[in-house]
Ligand binder design. Structure first.
Ligand code: C2E
Ligand code: CA
Ligand code: CA
Length: 612
């Protein structure tokens, strides 16, 4: 009717009328187009069933095999004819558990899928994705269960390889951070983790950067591989040692009891192992490590918090002298929290101009008059609270904000000099503190020059204080910068002198103008014999090199007397004045003939007037 060809089945039959003997030809025609199409389809389906690479098996609702294809025989290892009527669980004992669940699910009309694994005839593991569904009768009742097995072994292997790569550190082969986190997560979730207690340790090598810088990255890598091996040995079999990157390692120690004996043992072993020399590229090398430890459940019960605590404790180990182990404590957390708060607030402060400067006078011992002022940063919060530079400068140094703050202090100091001059004052040289990070900026000298130019300040009006430790960080670079600044005419003072490890022989190569003897030595004067000896030797060092000597943090008349007699040139401290605002300082400078304790500094004291 619709123009498509139809297939007809035609039958002819003969009939003979018994009475009349008449014969009939009866011809019937039946349209078999649909029937043939159905048959073709069935043949096709049978073909698919036979030749499918997937194992297909049809089960009754009890899970007995009704029909299976050759691929399934391959999987079960039992021939097609022998499988009929057998429960599928007995054919695939390795998947019995999943099959029980799957058959039960399918029998109640649900689909089920999951991965099952078998040991193949060659003893290689194979993985199959098993999906189970039902065929239904017309009424909707499930009639048969159809189970499909797709071989996903290759996919799984690739996935595993990728997982292995994603979970391990390429250099040392140790688990990486992700792996460590997962292991820790599992340990926290497992009931034994709760009863046994855990320790999470962070280990950071001391001065590893130095190895990399001086010996190259190849040597650095070699050293890391050797360290990884020693950590593995030191931590023992049940611990998980991971490399987080760079020279950072982590150790997860399970089954830690209240005494923490196990942690102490491992920590001792690790430090001992690290103490032994490492042979790298034919050279003997030594390296220390700082370790922070936090305990579960005592200190925290989440992965993130444990990792954070261990990191905090590790930094505490570094701060307290390196090459040691420090356990986390809640006070550490408080300190970090306060620092974080400062960090956030400081960013705002820098932009909101909340950082100002004060000036602390330095008195010249020869004439008792003001011979200089140190500019010191001050931070006043919008609510009027003040934060000490001792608190915020270290944070600013860590975050790099010190560069901006330091420049702003320098700029303000230079502006103040000019303002005082404009008001008819003849201000003394103003000293400004320079942080190590500023020194490391490649354009530091240029920045100083720019600020001098912009504020029309002469280099002679300025002094820069550079700490001894900043100098020692990179001596050659410090020599270059200091000499360049000195050539401009800027006076350079070495701050906190005596606290660093500087080899005094370096002093010869620096074009410095003054040494500032650190407050910690002044504090113990004049009774402490060591402090006296140190001050005396610094005095003779300064005199020998024709350097000015400034004592800071001088609080008592006794200290002042001692220092003046010993041969200090300038005195800075509460004994004369606390740091002053610009207005207060101006007043002070105008009245500087009223400076107290003049009698101590009058040239009547013979020791003092002998100098210079
Ligand atoms: P510093 O450079 O050693 O400065 C001397 C510190 O000693 C100042 O503390 C000063 O107020 C304090 N001081 C002075 N005389 C006495 C005294 O008689 N007794 C006592 N107990 N303390 C005295 P301040 O202003 O709190 O600064 C602390 C540190 O912060 C400074 O130590 C310096 O390292 C850093 N700092 C301050 N301002 C700046 C800055 O603008 N840039 C940089 N990079 N660091 C700064
Ligand atoms: Ca200083
Ligand atoms: Ca100082």
């Amino acid at each position: 009717a619709n123009g498509r060809p139809r297939v007809l089945s035609i039958r002819r039959s003969r009939h003979e009328d018994a009475l009349t003997n008449e014969r009939f030809n009866v011809i019937t025609a039946r349209d078999t187009t649909d029937e043939l199409q159905r048959e073709g389809k069935l043949a096709l389906l049978a073909d698919v069933f036979r030749s499918s690479l997937e194992g297909v098996v049809i089960l009754d609702l009890q899970g007995r095999v009704v029909e299976a294809n050759p691929a399934f025989s391959g999987i079960s290892g039992v021939s097609r004819t022998e499988v009929n009527g057998l429960p599928i669980q007995t054919l695939l004992p390795w998947a019995a558990h999943s099959l029980n669940v799957a058959v039960a699910a399918a029998a109640s009309g649900e689909r089920w899928s999951g991965t099952v694994r078998s040991l193949g005839p060659d003893d290689r593991e194979r993985a199959y994705l098993l999906s189970v569904s039902t065929s239904r009768k017309i009424g909707g009742q499930p009639r048969n269960i159809i189970a499909l097995f797709s071989d996903v072994t290759e996919i799984h292997q690739t996935q595993q390889r990728l997982r292995q790569q994603a979970m391990h550190d390429n250099l040392t082969g140790l688990p990486n951070r992700r792996h460590f986190r997962l292991t820790l997560e599992e340990a926290l979730a497992s009931p034994s983790g709760h009863t046994g207690g855990l320790a999470v340790c962070f280990l950071d090598l001391d001065e590893f950067k130095h190895v990399n810088d001086s010996m190259g990255h190849v040597a650095g890598d070699e050293l890391l591989i050797l360290v990884a091996e020693r950590l593995r040995v030191g931590a023992g079999n049940d611990a998980c040692v991971a490399r987080f990157g760079g020279d950072e390692f982590a150790i997860l120690i399970p089954d830690v009891d209240l005494s923490c004996r196990k942690v102490a043992d491992i920590s001792n072993r690790v430090h001992k192992l690290l103490q032994r020399p490492f042979m790298v590229g034919g050279n003997k090398m030594y390296i220390g490590g700082s370790m922070g430890v936090t305990l579960f459940p005592e200190h925290a019960d989440t992965v993130d918090e444990l990792l954070k605590n261990a990191d905090v404790a590790m930094y505490a180990a570094k701060a307290s002298g390196k090459n040691r182990t420090v356990f986390f404590s809640t006070e550490m957390r408080e300190r970090v929290r306060a620092q974080c708060q400062i960090q956030t607030d400081l960013r705002r402060a820098v932009f909101a101009d909340e950082i100002s400067i004060v000036f602390q006078p330095q008195i010249d011992v020869r004439n008792g008059r003001c011979g200089g002022c140190e500019a010191l940063a001050r931070w006043t919060l919008p609510d009027g609270r003040r934060i000490s530079p001792a608190e915020f400068i270290p944070v600013a140094e860590k975050t790099g904000m010190i560069v901006q703050i330091g420049e702003s202090v320098l700029l303000r100091a230079c502006r103040q000099i000019q303002e005082w001059k404009a008001r008819g004052l003849n201000p003394p040289r103003i000293a400004v503190n320079i942080s190590p990070m500023q020194m490391r900026m490649h354009n530091f000298v240029d920045r100083v020059k720019q600020i001098l130019r912009a504020t029309e300040t002469a280099p002679e009006e300025l002094e820069l204080e550079i700490t001894e430790n900043a100098v020692m960080e990179d001596v050659d670079e410090a020599i270059r910068v200091i000499n360049e600044l000195s050539e401009l005419g800027i006076a350079i003072a070495i701050d906190d002198f005596g606290t660093g490890y500087s080899s005094l022989s370096y002093l010869r190569t620096f074009n410095v103008h003054a040494l500032k003897i650190d407050k910690s030595f002044v504090d113990d004067l004049p009774r402490d014999r060591d402090a006296v000896a140190i001050v005396q030797s610094v005095v003779s060092l300064a005199q020998g090199r024709h350097l000015e000597l400034v004592a800071e943090g001088v609080e008592t008349v006794e200290q002042l007397e001692f220092l003046a007699r010993a041969g200090c040139d300038k005195i800075q401290g509460y004994v004369f004045s606390r740091p002053l605002s610009a207005e207060e300082c101006e007043q002070w400078l105008r009245e500087d003939f009223q400076i107290p304790h003049r009698e101590i500094m009058q040239p009547t004291t013979p020791d003092v007037c002998l100098k210079k």
